[in-house]
Design a protein around this ligand. Structure first.
Ligand SMILES: [Zn+2]
Length: 198
């Protein structure tokens, strides 16, 4: 049995599972624990269909974000390498030992965790790219970034860009196809390594 939480503001003693003080409304448990509890509560009510649907929605969002970075934001072609690695590793890990995750909830937690990490790492790639741009260029020195449909010259202060209209969707599709390929490759590698170890 856990102890009854005591409010630090007014001294009111709540029931064991209380998250907030019934007297003054102050939070009784730290934010992290409250978040975990509410996430677990939401996830335990989801069916496999909803899990799959949520995964699809997030994967489209991640693809759109990656395509946006590739077409609109990145300044160095070299930044495409960490971007591809982040997405590739994320999706390869997604299916890693999937069958050993016994509950749908742990699978969903894995999906969400992987997507959040991919999103954060893509953000980090973007920040590093920007930082490099401001470090390596000044007004007089423009960095040129060129991929099919996109031509961009940028310095720390100026940016000239020409983007073919409608290019964002094809790049989004390329990223999604790449994700699927990596996920399948990760699955095959995992199967092969499992067979080897038997
Ligand atoms: Zn209180």
């Amino acid at each position: 049995m856990s102890e009854k939480p005591v409010c630090h503001r007014c001294g009111y003693m709540g029931p064991e599972d209380a998250l907030y003080c019934a007297h003054c409304g102050r939070a009784l448990v730290p934010l992290g624990i409250r978040l975990t509890r509410s996430i677990n509560l939401i996830l335990s009510n989801l069916s496999p269909f909803h899990i799959g649907f949520l995964g699809l929605v997030i994967s489209v969002a991640i693809s759109a974000f990656a395509a946006h970075l590739v077409v609109m934001e990145l300044s160095f072609p070299l930044s495409l390498v960490p971007l591809a690695l982040v997405i590739g590793c994320g999706y390869a890990y997604l299916g890693w030992q999937w069958n050993e995750l016994l509950t749908n909830r742990s699978r969903l937690v894995r999906i969400l965790l992987v997507y959040v990490c991919i999103g954060l790492c893509l953000g980090a790639v973007w920040l590093v790219d920007r930082r490099l741009l401001s470090l390596l260029s000044d007004r007089s020195h423009m960095v040129v970034y060129e991929i099919p449909g996109v031509y961009r010259e940028s310095s720390s202060t100026i940016r000239h860009m020409s983007v073919e209209s409608g290019i964002l969707l094809p790049y989004g599709l390329v990223v999604m196809a790449y994700c699927v390929m990596i996920a399948i490759a990760g699955f095959l590698v995992h199967r092969a390594s499992k067979r080897q170890s038997k």
